[in-house]
Design a protein. Sequence first.
Lengths: 282, 194
Amino acid sequence: MNLKFLREKHTKKMILASIFWFFCSSCVSHLEEAKSYFTQGQKYSRLSQSEKATAAYKRAIEEAERELSHHPSSQAFTVKGMAALNLGLWQEAEESFLSAFVYGFEKGEEWAGQVSLLGLGISLLETGLEETALEVFSYLLDKSKFIPVLSVAAQNFAEYTLRTMDGMEEKEKNKTITRLLARIQRLTRKDMSFGYFHYLQSQIYSHLADYQRSFEEAAMARELGLPSVNIFRDNDRQIIFCFRKLKENLGRQKWEEFQSLYRQWIEKWNWKDPETPDWKTR
Amino acid sequence: MSDDLKKVVKGGIDILSEFFPGMSQIYFPLLYGFIVWVAKRPLEWKIKILEWKVWIDPGWFKEKPDIYILNFFRSQPALAAEFQKELKAKNMNALRTFFHSLYPIFDLEDPFLIALFNEELDAGDYRKISKVFSQRILQARRKIDSLKNQDGLFKRLESLAREAGSLNLEFLRMPETRRAIQFMIRQNIENEDE
């Protein structure tokens, strides 16, 4: 009886101790929580679940602020700025990224320094300081070795370049787009398997009215994977757009060749017909 | 330091007595072991947390050629009818502005935006969507509460661990400290009993 009692008591002790120990392995700081909520927000954003994403980004800001009130650090400011960016709070984002630079980045925090610079560029762009922002993106495109930094810098750099071509002569426009394309192609060579770079190329080929290449890059991007539902769908829309334009522009024989290839792709992708992707509901 | 320690011990007792009442004989070994273990961890945690890289996500590419925008409006009968005038005049400035708010709804089928502009979509008031687009999104974001955490044992243990993590390990290992913790635990239990 006594032995049984002792064994039960020992078991209870072990259970309690396990709870404490198990818990300790996952103990967190506010910075970790901020990062965790930010990552959750991104996960929801990528799936177009905007309400959940907003709630998570707000929580990330709260946690980053708690961290900052006890242990101010460049990383806490960076995460706060990133969450603010995703909520469209440009001013708050800009202030946070600037504060991150004031605190400075330690050795091994190069990624955080570049993310802050990128975030600062985006907030500058949104608040109207476009040329300064462009310099930031251009610098990162030349210097960064981080693919996630390069992809956002490339998107913003390309969008700004194309947006500011109004008033240019056709020849000048084509030159500018070709230069832009070459810059994005250099990125693709850094990581051939990164779908987003192919997606960007597809978008830029479309500005050159090269729909064959645009289609090829979009198909490649789809095969390699894209970072969010919205980008994925936009890429599918580009594929459909290329299909329509090639139908209008290609000669009979080339069109038949293309159509045969296109049919194989959409069969693989489970599309209902050449202009109805599998996800289309409306 | 001793205030921090008192806080941790008090917090630990509160949790243990609430979740595991009547087992006060095990509070000292458990709590002491826990505090020492946690005090050893902060450096490792800090490195782990600081090494966790987070990135900004790219978005869909918004700068489309004019022909893409024209194609978008022409291929949607409702939009083609509504923006007939702009399409005829090839008023790209106006069409581009409408495109930025309507394309994510019509072609990307963004569920959040469809729900947010449901009324205007039903009424076919596409121009209004464009007019109130940014403002409505901002308002909707403001209304959404931040994500809540579930309170309970683990949450409370977590904040206790954070406090314990700030204690000095050498200090905790001193026999006097051990005795003091034991005394504090006893005192806390007695106070609760009274």
